[in-house]
Write a protein that binds this ligand. Structure first.
Ligand SMILES: C[S@@+](CC[C@H](N)C(=O)[O-])C[C@H]1O[C@@H](n2cnc3c(N)ncnc32)[C@H](O)[C@@H]1O
Length: 182
């Protein structure tokens, strides 16, 4: 597996270490070696990681984030949740066939909502690459807001909880930040 240095991951995610020093951070799809998690912990930051390929330790959770409640943590547990190069959100192979793309979008939407579940009020979810490509697909699905986690007029609806989806730094960088509003 290609490994990305923690410094590159932080840069891609737009994370400023000084700003997040006091935040509790979760890295979703942290990789077998949990490089970013270990780097953050060495800086004194309370970081945890989850990945199907990682071995369980106090701060590392072996598991796949695929649906609501698949992160074995209470809601609103983290100030910052990040996910870097997570193929469950971006795998282009599913794009070729519309049905697969639709299934993929639903799966990706559920993963995003599960990540948002564990974000604190005013906390943030940062994804690299950008979710823009996903936004477009989910908008095309024209989801009914009552039934499923959905994206509606630029807002994710998480249960009844609205969140703002913002282009970070006016789209200068290829990532997005989602701020949980309550
Ligand atoms: C390309 S690696 C990136 C690892 C690390 N984030 C980095 O950027 O160096 C992708 C990782 O995401 C993990 N992954 C993919 N889908 C996942 C999911 N649904 N839940 C948890 N981990 C997932 C894989 O097991 C793999 O370790």
């Amino acid at each position: 597996m290609t490994r990305f240095s923690p410094e590159l991951q932080l840069d891609n995610l737009g994370i400023d270490l000084i700003r997040v020093k006091k935040a509790k951070i979760l890295d979703v799809g942290c990789g077998r070696n949990a490089d970013l998690v270990n780097f953050l912990r060495n800086q004194g930051i309370e970081a945890e990681g989850i990945d199907g390929l990682v071995h369980n330790e106090d701060h590392l959770i072996q598991g796949w984030v695929l649906d609501l409640k698949s992160i074995p943590r209470p809601s609103k547990n983290y100030g910052v949740v990040v996910t870097h190069m997570n193929p469950s959100l971006y795998d282009p192979r599913t794009d070729k066939n519309e049905k697969n793309a639709e299934n993929f979008s639903w799966r990706a939407a559920r993963i995003i909502l599960e990540m948002l579940r564990v974000v604190q009020q005013s906390g943030e979810l940062r994804c690299f690459p950008s979710l823009k490509f996903l936004d477009e697909k989910i908008k095309r699905l024209d989801l009914p807001i009552e039934h499923e986690p959905s994206y509606f007029k630029g807002r994710w609806i998480l249960g009844h909880v609205p969140v703002d989806v913002k282009p970070a730094y006016q789209d200068m960088f290829d990532y997005r930040t989602i701020i949980r509003k309550d």
